[in-house]
Design a protein around this ligand. Structure first.
Ligand SMILES: NC(=O)c1ccc[n+]([C@@H]2O[C@H](COP(=O)([O-])OP(=O)(O)OC[C@H]3O[C@@H](n4cnc5c(N)ncnc54)[C@H](OP(=O)(O)O)[C@@H]3O)[C@@H](O)[C@H]2O)c1
Length: 225
C-alpha cells in the first residue's frame, strides 16, 4: 500500500518521492528539549505532527533510532495513523546492550536490524548488523552503505537527539526537520547538538520552508544543495 499524501502538503512530501534520501526529524520544545530528563517524548508535538511522522515512516524504506530512544520510549516504529507499509526498523545499539523485551524486537511487525560494533546474538526476532568502528564510534556511513546494499535507500532517522546529531555532523542527511511545539520544558533531553559557530557567518544555514502542523511549526531544511 502506498502512503497517502494530502494534496495541501505536496511540497513537503515531493522530495521524498525520490528513490534515495536521508531525513532526520526531531520534535522539540521552543527551548530546545526533545523529552523530559527521565520521561518519554511522545507528547511534545500535536496529532498533526504524529500523522507526519507516520507518513515519513510509510515513505521510508527504513526508520533508524538510537538505543536511547528504544530505552526511553519503547517505540513500535510502525505505520498506524496513515495508509502505507511499515519500514524496516534499525536500532543503533553499538554495544549490543539492549534487552530483548522491547517491542521492536518482539512484535514481528517488520524486519528489524540491530546495528552493533561486534557480532553476537540479536535480541528477540531482530537480526544483528555488524557495522564498522571509526574514532571509537559506530560509523554511520558504513551503516547507511549496508542498508543501501539491501535496497534500503530512503532513510528516516527518527531520533533521538544524539543519533540525529551524529548523522548531521557526519554530513549524511539530505533533509533536517525540526518541529517546534509552543511549550517550554526548562530542561530535559537536549535535541540537536551542532558545533558552535565562531561567528554568524559560520552558522549552519540552508534553504528552509516552514509548515504549520496544528499548533506546531515544522522547519524543513534542504541540506542537499
Ligand atoms: N522529540 C523527538 O522527536 C524524539 C524522537 C526520538 C526520541 N526522543 C527522545 O530522545 C531521548 C533519547 O535520545 P538520546 O539522544 O538520549 O538517545 P538516542 O539518540 O536515541 O540514542 C543514543 C545512543 O545511540 C547510540 N548511538 C547512536 N549513534 C551512534 C554512533 N554513531 N556511534 C556510537 N553510538 C551511537 C549510543 O548508544 P550507546 O550509548 O549504547 O553507545 C547512544 O548512547 C529520549 O528521551 C526520547 O524520548 C525524542
Amino acid at each position: 500500500m502506498s502512503a497517502a499524501i494530502p494534496p495541501a502538503d505536496e511540497s513537503l512530501y515531493a522530495p521524498l518521492q525520490a528513490a534515495a534520501w536521508r531525513l532526520g526529524h526531531l520534535g522539540q520544545s521552543l527551548d530546545g528539549f526533545i523529552g523530559t530528563a527521565g520521561g518519554r517524548a511522545d507528547a511534545i508535538n500535536g496529532p498533526e505532527n504524529l500523522d507526519h511522522l507516520h507518513r515519513l515512516r510509510a515513505l521510508a524504506d527504513a526508520v533508524v533510532v538510537g538505543a536511547g530512544t528504544v530505552v526511553a520510549d519503547d517505540p513500535r516504529l510502525t505505520v498506524r495513523r496513515v495508509a502505507g507499509d511499515n519500514p524496516v526498523r534499525v536500532v543503533v545499539d553499538p554495544r549490543g546492550a539492549l534487552l530483548p523485551d522491547h517491542r521492536v524486537f518482539q512484535d514481528g511487525a517488520a524486519p528489524t536490524l540491530q546495528a552493533s560494533l561486534e557480532p553476537g546474538p540479536a535480541p528477540g526476532r531482530a537480526e544483528r548488523l555488524v557495522v564498522a568502528r571509526r574514532d571509537g564510534a559506530l560509523a554511520l556511513d558504513d551503516l547507511f552503505a549496508q542498508l543501501a546494499a539491501r535496497g534500503l535507500r530512503r532513510i528516516f532517522v527518527e531520533g533521538g537527539g544524539q543519533t540525529v546529531s551524529r548523522c548531521l555532523a557526519a554530513g549524511l542527511l539530505d533533509r533536517l526537520q525540526l518541529c517546534l511545539a509552543p511549550l517550554l520544558l526548562g530542561g530535559g533531553r537536549r535535541g540537536l547538538a551542532v558545533p558552535e559557530a565562531a561567528s554568524m557567518a559560520e552558522a549552519l544555514r540552508a534553504p528552509c520552508r516552514t509548515y504549520a502542523m496544528g499548533a506546531d511549526v515544522l522547519f524543513d531544511f534542504d541540506l542537499s544543495v
